[in-house]
Design a protein around this ligand. Structure first.
Ligand code: ADP
Ligand code: MG
Length: 675
């Protein structure tokens, strides 16, 4: 907006300036306004003019100008006369007025022969005749100039013409006007010119003849100019004479005279002053423009400074961001380079994009695996198998997968790995990331710990069981001791044959389960009824449970057949029973706490729940408990739950843990049901 405004102001200023220049340069100095004193109707007259008499009367373009013209116009203004001019040489004037082609003629010398046919007004101007002579004819003494030696050019029907006719032996060439007389001079058809001083001077300057000709002052004849009208046109004559009289009296004549003859210097001064005005206007314009320019400039500079500042800040930010990004990239690179985990990035199309050094070290993968198709690299192929499609299309994430890998040199590795989608910043899947670790050592350690856990549980059980064995043994012993005494008692004999085998069987069972437990793990699936399994195993714990003042309830549906490894399941149950007992043991309560075991079938699945009323766990603790070696017990191993979970999963089952702090824990096992 502001720049538009400025533009407009500028345009206005320029237009103003041009107007000023125009008016000051082209204003006609002659066009002084005169007041019309008459209210007469407009009278139109035609006036003959010899236009070759500057500065008295002449033509510029279509305008008639000059001292005589201004006089006539002033007179015309008084009587409301509209004057049109007709160019005409003096010799035609008489006829033209008689023929009424024109009403008057202006700038005519008073000559007696003209006065026969025309009437002269009062004089409108006076001048004098002068002689112009070629420089070469001028001696040091002007006075001795001999007119008879020269050919003089001059205007016919003029005062000078009348004069020369009276000088004997003078040669001359006449023309109809003084301008033509100059032409003759130029054509060397004369070497002197006689005519009105004012006019001759003007024309000499006009024709650039100042250097070639000189005015001779000694030949001076006064001339009077007047306006002529027709013999009988007294009406116009009177108006002219009265008008001339009036303008002379009112001072208008003097002003016009001064303007044309005296004011030459004034005019020059006026011009100069006008030029000065224009110059000042120019200077002012320039000043205004430069002030506007400076302000503009300042504003622009301020804007530029502001923008520069903004740009600089942006640049700094950008530089900072670039450094940050570089740092981050470097950090990520270092992390990747130094990570003990192997990291492989595979593009969507299956091409290996990058591997970190761990991959190369650990797996002995060739360095140039990058750029190859993942299926061509056996290790990656084994890891991924069919997973790549699921990851890219369904965005599935695989974690905790384990695989055995044998290197080319025969070294065996246990590998745990994850496969998950690689996403761009807008969360679109760009490829996949395979991240893996060597768990060979961990696995070895884990197995060792499993063994320890086993023996720890065994110790617990043995303590309980010895008591359990002692009971049947005591009753058998009692029977045996009473045998000699009571052999003849039929009731005694019935009892001994009923109870002793039973007690023996009970001992046998206990021993058998101990042997089973101690047996090394050998995955050996068979169809079993989970009900039997639970009942069989809980028996091992009954003595401990009772000893600790706890209670067990078992509620199993019939026919809960599953395909599992008996020994592994036994281990699972024992771990969970033991955990439940230990959790309830920690609680000091008056009422008897119960370990409830339930079994049921739902659709294809068989469920077993083991619920205690022990200390319970928070959600966080549950997650911890799933990790190996997490324990809150002084003699704990932290392997019970992870080992059991693994066994369950090895048997195509699933484990869910629900627990609430200080309320209790419920473990739910789910297996595929069998008929
Ligand atoms: P351990 O029994 O040797 O500590 P586990 O893996 O069997 O190892 O259990 C890990 C931990 O989980 C236990 O130390 C205990 O803090 C918690 N935990 C396990 N079972 C229960 C339960 N039924 N109630 C409350 N906490 C339990
Ligand atoms: Mg345990």
């Amino acid at each position: 907006m502001t720049s538009k405004l400025k533009k407009k102001t500028l345009i206005c200023l320029v237009v103003l300036m041009l107007l000023l220049m125009h008016s000051s340069l082209h204003r006609k100095v002659s066009s002084q306004t005169k007041e019309t004193t008459s209210s007469d109707p407009i009278e139109h007259i035609k006036v003959a003019v010899d236009p070759n008499m500057p500065p008295l009367q002449y033509v510029e373009g279509e305008d008639y100008l000059g001292f005589h013209i201004d006089i006539l116009e002033s007179v015309g203004d008084i009587y409301n006369i509209d004057i049109s001019y007709v160019p005409m040489p003096v010799e035609k004037v008489v006829e033209a007025i008689e023929q009424k082609e024109v009403d008057a003629a202006i700038g005519i010398n008073f000559l007696s022969e003209l006065s026969e046919n025309l009437i002269f007004t009062d004089s409108i101007s006076t001048s004098s005749v002068g002689l112009i002579v070629e420089n070469k004819h001028i001696n040091s003494q002007e006075d001795v100039l001999e007119l008879t030696d020269m050919v003089i050019t001059l205007k016919r029907d003029s005062v000078e013409y009348q004069y020369l006719q009276n000088v004997r032996r003078v040669k001359y060439n006449t023309t109809s006007n003084i301008a033509d007389a100059f032409q003759l001079l130029e054509q060397e058809r004369g070497n002197a010119l006689m005519g009105d001083r004012l006019v001759a001077q003007q024309l000499m300057e006009q024709y650039n003849l100042d250097n070639k000709y000189t005015f001779i002052n000694s030949y001076i004849i006064p001339i009077e100019y007047a306006i002529v009208v027709g013999k009988d046109n007294y009406n116009l004559l009177t108006k002219f004479n009265d008008g001339i009289q009036q303008i002379k009296e009112s001072g208008v004549y003097g002003e016009i005279y001064a303007h044309w003859f005296l004011d030459k210097e004034l005019v020059a001064e006026k011009r100069l002053r006008q030029l000065l005005k224009v110059f000042i206007v120019f200077i002012m314009m320039a000043a205004i423009l430069s002030i506007v320019g400076i302000r503009w400039n300042k504003q622009l500079k301020r804007q530029v400074d502001k923008k520069t500042q903004e740009l600089q800040t942006m640049n700094e930010n950008l530089a900072y961001q670039i450094t940050e990004t570089k740092n981050k990239n470097e950090m990520i690179n270092q992390l990747l380079e130094s990570s003990p985990r192997g990291l492989i990035i595979i593009e969507k199309n299956g091409i290996i994009a990058s591997c970190n050094p761990t991959v190369v070290e650990l797996i002995g993968l060739e360095n140039n695996s990058t750029g190859r198709y993942y299926n061509e690299v056996p290790f990656i192929r084994q890891l991924l198998q069919e997973k790549i499609g699921d990851v890219i299309e369904k965005e599935v994430q695989f974690s905790g997968e384990e695989v055995n890998w044998q290197r080319e040199d025969g070294k065996k590795y246990d590998i745990r790995y994850m496969v998950y989608p690689l996403r761009s910043y807008d969360r679109k899947v760009k490829g996949i990331i395979v991240s893996f670790e060597d768990i060979t050592q961990e696995k070895k350690l884990r197995e060792e710990w499993f063994e320890r856990e086993k023996s720890r549980a065994l110790n617990e059980i043995v303590a309980g069981i010895s008591h359990e064995i002692r009971n049947p043994l005591t009753s058998i012993k009692t029977f045996v001791e009473l045998l000699p005494k009571k052999f003849d008692n039929p009731q005694f004999r019935r009892d001994i044959t009923t109870y002793v085998p039973k007690e023996v069987e009970r001992v046998n069972q206990l021993i058998e389960s101990l042997i089973n437990y101690a047996k090394p793990r050998k995955p050996n699936k068979e169809i079993v009824d989970i009900k039997d399994l639970v009942e069989y195993n809980i028996r091992l714990f009954t003595p401990i449970i009772e000893q600790k003042g706890l209670k067990v309830t078992i509620d199993m549906e019939k026919n809960l057949k599953v395909n599992v490894d008996k020994a592994q399941m036994k281990q699972v149950m024992m771990n969970f029973f033991l955990n439940g007992i230990e959790a309830m043991e920690e609680i000091q309560q008056d009422r008897q706490l119960t370990l409830s075991i339930r079994g049921w079938r739902h659709q294809e699945h068989i469920y077993i729940s083991i619920k205690d009323e022990g200390v319970g766990m928070t959600q966080k603790e549950i997650i911890h408990a799933l990790n190996p070696f997490y324990t809150t017990k002084a003699t704990g191993t932290g392997l019970g739950i992870p080992l059991s979970k693994q066994y369950i999963e090895d048997n195509d089952g699933q484990l869910t843990i629900e627990s609430e702090k200080n309320v209790g824990t419920k473990l739910i096992l789910r297996f595929e049901g069998r008929d």
